[in-house]
Design a protein around this ligand. Structure first.
Ligand SMILES: Cc1cc2nc3c(=O)[nH]c(=O)nc-3n(C[C@H](O)[C@H](O)[C@H](O)COP(=O)(O)OP(=O)(O)OC[C@H]3O[C@@H](n4cnc5c(N)ncnc54)[C@H](O)[C@@H]3O)c2cc1C
Length: 413
C-alpha cells in the first residue's frame, strides 16, 4: 500500500483525507497536526454555553455540488437572509455591505458621490486599474472608496497604502455596488452546520480511515526525498500533501512569505440579540482596532437569553491571510515550481491564496481525482474568484518571470 502524509489537520487536511478515502481507498493516509484538535480555526469552542469558531466560518458557495457534499456529511441550515453592515464613523451611521445603491441617498455627500460614480463609469477606471485603490476609485469614485474601503483594507492587510495591493481579483467578493436584495449572498448558497458543535463531526468523519497524530509538530522537512521529521524520527512517504505555508516545507530558500493574522476575543452581552434581525456581521471601516464583530448565535441558532460576540483584530501573531501582492504570490509560485513530483501544496496557506471553505473542498475533490487519474497539477486549482490570478501567475511561471523580475517591476506581456 502506498503511503501519503497530510501535513496539517485543518479544514484542508480533513477534506483531502476524506476525498482520498472516497476516491483512492488504496492509499494509507497519515494526518499530522501540531495542535490538540482537528479543524484549525473552523473547530467549535464554547464560552458561557455559547458555541463559536475563531472568526465566522460561514459556508458560502456558488457550486451546488460542494454544498451537497458537505450537507451529506454534516446537515447544514441554509441562511440566505444573512446581511453584512458597515459602521462609518464620520456619518455616525451603518450601511449595508457590499455598498448598496439605495443607501447612497442617506449619505451626507450624496450629490458628490453620484457625480463621481458617473465619472468612474464613463472613464471605465476599474477595467484599467493597476492596484486595489485604482480598482475601487475607478468603480465607485473617491468618496465611497474612502468611506468604506480605504481604512478598512489598510487595517485588514496592515499596509500603509492600498496601492501596494496589486492582486485584487478576489475583491470585493464580485460586486462593488449592489442593487436589489440586501442579503449579501443572494447569488450563492449560504449555510452553516445545524449541529451545536458546528463542523466538528465533519473532522472526525472525514479522517476516520486515516491515522491521525495530534499534538505532533513536524520539525524538519526534506521534500526532495519526501521525508519529514517528527517525534525525533525521519519518516518517508510516497506522497506529501501539505496544507501549511510552502516556504516552511521548502526551508525558506526563497525567503519567508508574509501573512496577516488575527487576535480574537469574545464578549457575552446580557441581551438575547445584539444586532438587527438578519445581520450576522458588522464591519468597522475606520480607526477602530477591530475589523469585524460577529454575533455567533445568528449562525449557530443557539438559544439563550444572552448573546456572544466575537471581535477580530488584525495582528502579526499568527498566519491566516496570505498577502494579495503579486511579488509575494510569485514567491509562493517559486516554491510550488521547486516542489518535486509527489509533493503537493493546497489549502489557504498551502496555496498562498485568500480562499474559503468551499474552495478548499473543491481543491480536495480535484486533488483526489488527479491522483486517481495520474498527473497532479500544483498548487491545486481553485474554482474561486481568483481563478484569473492563478492563470496570470501560471503564465508568469511559464514565461520564466521570477520574484526578482516582479520586484523590479517587470510586467507580464
Ligand atoms: C478569521 C477567519 C474567518 C474566516 N471565515 C470564513 C467564513 O466565514 N467562511 C469561509 O468559507 N471561510 C472562512 N475563512 C477561511 C477558511 O476558514 C480557511 O480558508 C480554512 O479554514 C483554512 O483551512 P486550512 O486547513 O487550509 O488551514 P488551517 O486551518 O490553518 O490548517 C493548517 C493546520 O496545520 C497545522 N500545522 C501548521 N504547521 C504544522 C506543522 N509544522 N506540523 C503539523 N501541523 C502543522 C495547524 O495547526 C493547522 O491546524 C475564515 C478564515 C479566517 C482566518
Amino acid at each position: 500500500m502506498k503511503k501519503a502524509l497530510i501535513i496539517g489537520g485543518g479544514m484542508s487536511g480533513c477534506a483531502v483525507a476524506h476525498q482520498m478515502a472516497l476516491v483512492n481507498p488504496d492509499w494509507d493516509i497519515t494526518v499530522i497536526e501540531r495542535g490538540s484538535f482537528l479543524g484549525g480555526g473552523v473547530k467549535t469552542h464554547w464560552r458561557g454555553g455559547h458555541p463559536f469558531t475563531f472568526g465566522p466560518r460561514h459556508f458560502l458557495t456558488p457550486l451546488p455540488e460542494l454544498y451537497e457534499y458537505l450537507n451529506s456529511v454534516i446537515p447544514m441550515r441554509r441562511c440566505q437572509e444573512h446581511e453584512f453592515i458597515t459602521y462609518i464613523e464620520p456619518d455616525q451611521n451603518y450601511y449595508s455591505y457590499p455598498i448598496h445603491a439605495d443607501d447612497i441617498s442617506r449619505m451626507p455627500e450624496e450629490g458628490q458621490i453620484r457625480q463621481e460614480m458617473a465619472e468612474a463609469l464613463q472613464m471605465q477606471g476599474a477595467a484599467n486599474a493597476k492596484n486595489f485603490e485604482e480598482y475601487w476609485t475607478g468603480s465607485v469614485g473617491k468618496t465611497l472608496y474612502s468611506k468604506f474601503v480605504d481604512g478598512y483594507s489598510r487595517k485588514m492587510w496592515q499596509l500603509e497604502s492600498n496601492k501596494m495591493i496589486d492582486e485584487f481579483s478576489w475583491s470585493p467578493k464580485g460586486v462593488t455596488i449592489k442593487e436589489g436584495p440586501r442579503a449579501t449572498w443572494d447569488t450563492a448558497i449560504s449555510a452553516y452546520p445545524i449541529a451545536a458543535n458546528g463542523y466538528d463531526d465533519y473532522f472526525d468523519i472525514a479522517t476516520q480511515d486515516a491515522t491521525v497524530l495530534l499534538n505532533t509538530d513536524i520539525t524538519d522537512f526534506d521534500m526532495d526525498n519526501k521525508r519529514v521529521r517528527f517525534n525525533g524520527e525521519w519518516q518517508q512517504f510516497d506522497m506529501i500533501i501539505s496544507t501549511i505555508s510552502p516556504d516552511t516545507i521548502m526551508n525558506n530558500v526563497h525567503g519567508e512569505l508574509p501573512y496577516v493574522g488575527r487576535e480574537f476575543m469574545t464578549i457575552i452581552l446580557p441581551t438575547e440579540f445584539a444586532f438587527p434581525e438578519n445581520v450576522y456581521f458588522v464591519y468597522y471601516a475606520g480607526n477602530e482596532p477591530y475589523t469585524r464583530i460577529v454575533e455567533y448565535k445568528k449562525l449557530t441558532q443557539h438559544k439563550s437569553d444572552s448573546t456572544l460576540l466575537g471581535i477580530e483584530i488584525p495582528s502579526d501573531k499568527n498566519k491566516l491571510y496570505p498577502l494579495p501582492i503579486q511579488s509575494e504570490i510569485a514567491r509562493a509560485y517559486q516554491y510550488f515550481s521547486d516542489m518535486p513530483e509527489g509533493v503537493i501544496s493546497m489549502g489557504r496557506m498551502g496555496s498562498y491564496k485568500y480562499i474559503d471553505i468551499d474552495d478548499i473542498i473543491f481543491q480536495a475533490m480535484e486533488l483526489a481525482k488527479q491522483i486517481k487519474e495520474g498527473g497532479v497539477a500544483h498548487p491545486v486549482p481553485v474554482y474561486g474568484s481568483d481563478k484569473l490570478a492563478l492563470n496570470l501567475l501560471s503564465k508568469m511561471i511559464a514565461q520564466g518571470t521570477t520574484v526578482q523580475d516582479i520586484e523590479a517591476g517587470v510586467k507580464l506581456k
